[in-house]
Unconditional design. Structure first.
Length: 378
C-alpha cells in the first residue's frame, strides 16, 4: 500500500441543502479524527465543495480522481448529484460511497449504498402511518428524481391497497411559495402528508402548515402528520421555531438513540467539538462511510476498488448505524428503521424502530410481506 492513501470527500456546504453538506463534511472529519486517535495512520481526506452546482460535482469528482489520486469518494447529497458523478467514477473504476436515503431502483458496482432505499424507509413508514391515520394521503416532492420516484412508489402502494391519493404537487429545490399547496390541502383534508421536498421548500411548507393547524386543529401533527424520509437534525434550526414540532421522519440514525454505542459516539464528538449538540443522520452516515472505507483499506492493504468490493461483502462491519452487511449483488447495506418525532429542542424522539432490514432496491421481494398495510385499509 502506498504511504498515504487519499479518500475524496464531495459535498456542497452552501445552497438549499448546505446544512446537510456541512454535516457530511464534519462527519468525515470526525471519522479521520477517530481513526488517528485509535492509532490509525496512512489516510488523508481530500475535500471538495461543489457549492450546490450540479456541474461542479462532476468537476470536483474529476479533480479528486485525476489530480489528487482518490480512488474512493464519499459524498453527494441529492440523487441528481449522485447520478452526475457515477459515469466518471465508472470510467476510472473508482468507488462512490453514497450515504443518503434515496429512491431505489439502482445498483452499480462502483457505488456503495449506505443511506437506505424505499424498503428500508418509505415502506416501513407507510406501514406505520396508514393503520393509524388512514389511506388518503397528499404527496409533495422536490421536482427531480427523488420526489418523482418516492411519490410514484407511494402512489402505487397506496392505490393498490385500496387507498386514494388526494393530491400530488412538486416544487423546485429553492421554491418557497407554498400558499396554493396549503389551500389545496385545507380543501382536500388528507389523512397524512408525505413530504419529499428538500431544504427551503420543505421548511416553508412546514411553517405554513403549522399556521393552518393553528386555524384548524384537523391539521395539527397529531391529526394530520407530515412524514419525511430526508429531514435531519442539522436542518431543524433552519425551520421557523416550533413549526416542525410533532412531525415525523424515518431514518437509520437519530441522535436520541439510547444505547451504549451511541452514547460513546456522542461523548467522543463532544470532546472533539462541543458545539455539535445534535448529531444528524447525515453526520453519522458520512462518519460510517469514511470509517468503513478506511477499515476496508486497512484489511486489504490497498485502496484498489476491486479488492475493496470483495472485502466489503465478506463480513459484517460494526458501525454507528449497527452492523453493516453489504449485499454482494446490489452493494446496498442492511440498515435499521427508526421513526422520529420532532421535539421542541430541535431533536427527535424515536417512537418506532425495526432491526436491520436487508436492502431490496428493486422491490423484488414479496411486497405484501414488506408492507403489511397493502392489505386494504379503510
Amino acid at each position: 500500500m502506498q504511504d498515504v492513501t487519499k479518500i475524496g470527500i464531495l459535498y456542497s456546504t452552501t445552497g438549499p441543502y448546505g446544512a446537510m453538506g456541512r454535516d457530511g463534511w464534519a462527519g468525515a472529519e470526525f471519522a479521520l479524527h477517530d481513526w488517528v486517535a485509535a492509532g490509525g495512520t496512512g489516510i488523508e481526506l481530500e475535500f471538495v465543495d461543489a457549492h450546490a452546482n450540479l456541474s461542479d460535482y462532476l468537476v470536483g469528482a474529476r479533480s479528486l480522481i485525476r489530480d489528487r489520486g482518490c480512488r474512493n469518494i464519499v459524498g453527494t447529497i441529492t440523487s441528481s448529484a449522485r447520478k452526475e458523478v457515477i459515469p466518471l467514477v465508472e470510467k476510472h473504476d473508482g468507488l462512490l460511497w453514497y450515504m443518503c436515503p434515496y429512491e431505489g431502483f439502482e445498483a452499480n458496482e462502483n457505488v456503495i449504498y449506505l443511506g437506505g432505499c424505499p424498503n428500508q424507509h418509505l415502506i416501513p413508514l407507510l406501514d406505520h402511518l396508514v393503520p393509524r391515520h388512514g389511506n388518503r394521503p397528499y404527496l409533495l416532492g422536490a421536482n427531480y428524481v427523488w420526489g418523482w420516484e418516492m411519490n410514484r412508489l407511494a402512489r402505487e402502494l397506496i392505490t393498490k391497497a385500496g387507498g386514494q391519493i388526494l393530491g400530488e404537487r412538486y416544487l423546485p429545490l429553492e421554491e418557497t411559495a407554498v400558499e396554493r399547496i396549503i389551500a389545496d390541502i385545507a380543501e382536500k383534508r388528507p389523512s397524512f402528508i408525505l413530504n419529499n421536498l428538500i431544504g427551503p421548500s420543505s421548511y416553508a411548507f412546514l411553517a405554513a402548515l403549522r399556521r393552518l393547524g393553528e386555524r384548524d386543529p384537523a391539521f395539527l401533527p397529531e391529526n394530520c402528520p407530515v412524514a419525511s424520509c430526508d429531514l435531519t437534525e442539522c436542518e431543524l434550526l433552519d425551520i421557523e421555531p416550533g413549526a416542525a414540532v410533532g412531525q415525523l421522519c424515518a431514518l437509520p440514525y437519530f441522535d436520541s438513540l439510547d444505547h451504549p454505542g451511541n452514547r460513546a459516539f456522542k461523548a467522543r464528538i463532544q470532546a472533539w467539538r462541543p458545539e455539535f449538540t445534535h448529531i444528524s443522520s447525515i453526520f453519522a452516515g458520512a462518519y460510517a462511510a469514511v470509517t468503513l472505507c478506511m477499515n476496508a483499506i486497512a484489511v486489504c492493504g490497498s485502496d484498489d476498488p476491486i479488492l475493496l468490493r470483495r472485502t466489503l461483502v465478506s463480513r459484517a462491519w460494526p458501525s454507528v448505524l449497527g452492523d453493516i452487511v453489504i449485499d454482494k449483488a446490489t452493494h446496498h447495506s442492511s440498515l435499521p428503521f427508526h421513526l422520529g418525532r420532532i421535539t421542541a429542542d430541535a431533536g427527535f424522539d424515536v417512537i418506532a424502530s425495526r432491526p436491520a432490514i436487508a436492502a431490496d432496491p428493486y422491490l423484488t421481494g414479496d411486497r405484501s410481506r414488506q408492507a403489511p398495510f397493502l392489505r386494504v385499509v379503510s
